[in-house]
Design a protein around this ligand. Sequence first.
Ligand SMILES: NC(=O)c1ccc[n+]([C@@H]2O[C@H](COP(=O)([O-])OP(=O)(O)OC[C@H]3O[C@@H](n4cnc5c(N)ncnc54)[C@H](OP(=O)(O)O)[C@@H]3O)[C@@H](O)[C@H]2O)c1
Length: 251
Amino acid sequence: MSFSNKVVLVTGASSGIGAATAILFAKEGANVAIVGRNQTKLTKISEECEKHGKMPLVINADVSKDEEAENIIKQTVEKYGRLDVLVNSAGISKFGSILDGKIVPVYDEVMNTNLRAIINLTTLSAPYLVESKGNVVNISSTGAELVPKVPQFIPYCVSKAALEHFTRGAALELSSSGVRVNVVRPGPVRTDMIENSGFPGTWDTFKAGTALDRVSEPMEIAELVLFLASEKAKGITGSVFTSDNGYLLKN
Ligand SMILES: NC(=O)c1ccc[n+]([C@@H]2O[C@H](COP(=O)([O-])OP(=O)(O)OC[C@H]3O[C@@H](n4cnc5c(N)ncnc54)[C@H](OP(=O)(O)O)[C@@H]3O)[C@@H](O)[C@H]2O)c1
């Protein structure tokens, strides 16, 4: 699946699923733009991309801030002259429930990153994606499908359910322009997410909840993203692809 001469923009590329995705696209010959806020991690992933392919464009930006989102698209198009694939992997999980009184501020923060930023970046990318007949891959979560049994997870699950619905709407609106929009929906994947979200458990907690008794590695998810972004998936739009080790079967 060669992506030579294609330009791929990956948010959340400083860590986990986004980082693996950026490295995989670089291996496949793409010009990659990587976005995150942690400069140390971005530099490390940039070096990995260069080792396997070309040096990426590194953009240190907060996707939830409108001016920074505009700058992400501007810098990418200025550097590479086009945009073929947008992968929205940047995401956060914060905890807040109705009865602990934290749900409203947590909802705002989580929705701004996990949903509003994606709607904004899709809108800003649309003219370039229409020109290249490109596509978007959004990273959701099994949390989109599950009833949030842990109340503190409500904002996260709401953001991912809404992201899947946005994806279907965007896929329909952009279909007449030849642009595809899809979702990859992972179950537990070994990344920095537990550490970044302050989740009290470990990956073993999630492993026990899967039918296959395993947690995925980020590259497994990246392979699915790459497939959906490729010509092989030219007939796929508005679809959700779950890769969860059977987590939804058991929860
Ligand atoms: N790991 C799992 O088990 C799992 C399961 C289902 C779904 N997911 C989803 O997969 C996606 C990637 O998560 P991950 O597991 O790879 O977690 P991770 O290792 O914590 O990575 C999250 C990434 O998002 C970036 N990010 C967060 N907020 C940002 C912001 N405001 N602006 C720019 N970048 C931001 C982080 O970059 P900086 O820290 O550099 O800002 C980091 O690169 C998320 O959407 C998550 O919801 C993960």
